[in-house]
Design a protein. Structure first.
Lengths: 164, 164
DNA sequence: AGGGAATACTTGGACATCAAAGTATTTATC
DNA sequence: GATAAATACTTTGATGTCCAAGTATTCCCT
C-alpha cells in the first residue's frame, strides 16, 4: 500500500532536475496537503461511529461552548471560517441527526439560530473524547512538535491576514 | 471579512475551560486544516486561468517528469497517493482539456496509459511558473520556515508509515 | 415614510473524493 | 489447459465544498 520511497522527496528531485523554481515551497505545500489528508481521514474515522465528521463536530463544539447553546448560522460560518452554504448543509445534516434544531431569531427575521440539543451536547462530548484518544490524528508528533507546527502555521495565518 | 480575533486561539481557550483533553493536538489539527484551506484556494486560483487545479497540475507534472511522457493510471494513483476513481476522473478532465490522452498498454490489456500531449507539457510548465510566483500559496513563510514545516510534516509521515 | 443597499440564509450547479460494485484481462495453481 | 484469484480501470452513488443567483428581511438615508 505505502510506496517504497517517499513520493514527495521524489517530486523534489524531479522538480530540481527540471529547473523548476521554488522547490522548498512545493515540498512544503505537498507535505501539508498529504498530512492534512491523512490526519483528516483518521479524524473522520474516529467520529464516524458517532454519526459525525470533523466539520459537524466543530459546529457542535462551537455551539456547546456558546453561552446560550445557540448561534446564528452566519456567526458559525465566521468562527469556523467556512462558507455560508456549507453551514446550511452542515446544520441540515446535524438537524437530521437530532443534534441541533433551527430556531428563528426573536428580533431579526433574516436570522436563523442553530440550537444544540441534549443529544448534540452528549455527542460533542463523546466526540471530543474520541478525538483526544487519537490525538486528533496527529500521533507520531510529540507535544513540542505539535506546538512548533501550530506556531509556524500561526505565523502564516498572521502574515496572510487570516485574522487581525 | 477576517475575524477580529483568532478563532483558533479562542477555540483553545474554550477547550481548556471545558476541561477537554489534548488541547495542543486540537490546535495543531485546526491550524493545519485552516492553512491547508487558504493555501489550496490560492493555488487553485493561480492555476484556474490555465484550466487546471492542483490535482490536475500534479498529474501533468508527474507525466512530464516521466521518461516516456506516459504512465499507467494505477501508477499515477500510487505516486500521488489518491484513489483510483479520482485518477479516472482527473484523467478524463485532462483529456477533455486536450492535455493528455488515454492509450492502451501494448502488453497488458487491463492497463491504460495516460500520455501527456504537447499542450499538456506547455500548461504544466506554465503552471509551475504560476505556482512559483505565488510560492505555492505559502508567501508569509520564509525559506527556513517552509523547510521546518516540511521537516515536521516528514516526521509525521514517517512515524505513520506513509511510506517506508 | 419610501426606496435602494446591505445582510442572512437557501438553492442549484459544478467539482472532487471516496467506497463499493461491475467489467475485462492476466496470473497462478492444480 | 482450465479455472479461481488477482489486478486494472470504470461506474455509480453518497458526501461535502464552493460560487453565484434567488428570496426575504432589515437598515440607512433623504
Amino acid at each position: 500500500m505505502a510506496p517504497q520511497f517517499d513520493p514527495i522527496e521524489e517530486a523534489g528531485r524531479n522538480w530540481e532536475a527540471n529547473g523548476w523554481a521554488q522547490v522548498d515551497a512545493m515540498l512544503a505545500a505537498t507535505s501539508l496537503t498529504r498530512v492534512h489528508q491523512v490526519m483528516l481521514a483518521r479524524i473522520d474515522s474516529a467520529l464516524a461511529q458517532l454519526d459525525l465528521n470533523f466539520s459537524r463536530f466543530e459546529v457542535l463544539a462551537l455551539l456547546s461552548f456558546s453561552r446560550e447553546g445557540q448561534l446564528p448560522m452566519g456567526k458559525i460560518g465566521d468562527r469556523l471560517q467556512v462558507h455560508a452554504a456549507s453551514v446550511t448543509n452542515t446544520i441540515t445534516r446535524l438537524e437530521s441527526s437530532g443534534f441541533v434544531k433551527r430556531v428563528p431569531h426573536p428580533d431579526d427575521g433574516r436570522t436563523t439560530l442553530a440550537r444544540i440539543l441534549d443529544q448534540g451536547r452528549q455527542s460533542a462530548s463523546q466526540g471530543a473524547a474520541a478525538l483526544a484518544d487519537i490525538e486528533f490524528g496527529l500521533t507520531g508528533l510529540d507535544t513540542s512538535e505539535k506546538n512548533q507546527l501550530s506556531a509556524t502555521l500561526a505565523t502564516y495565518r498572521i502574515a496572510n491576514d487570516d485574522f487581525r
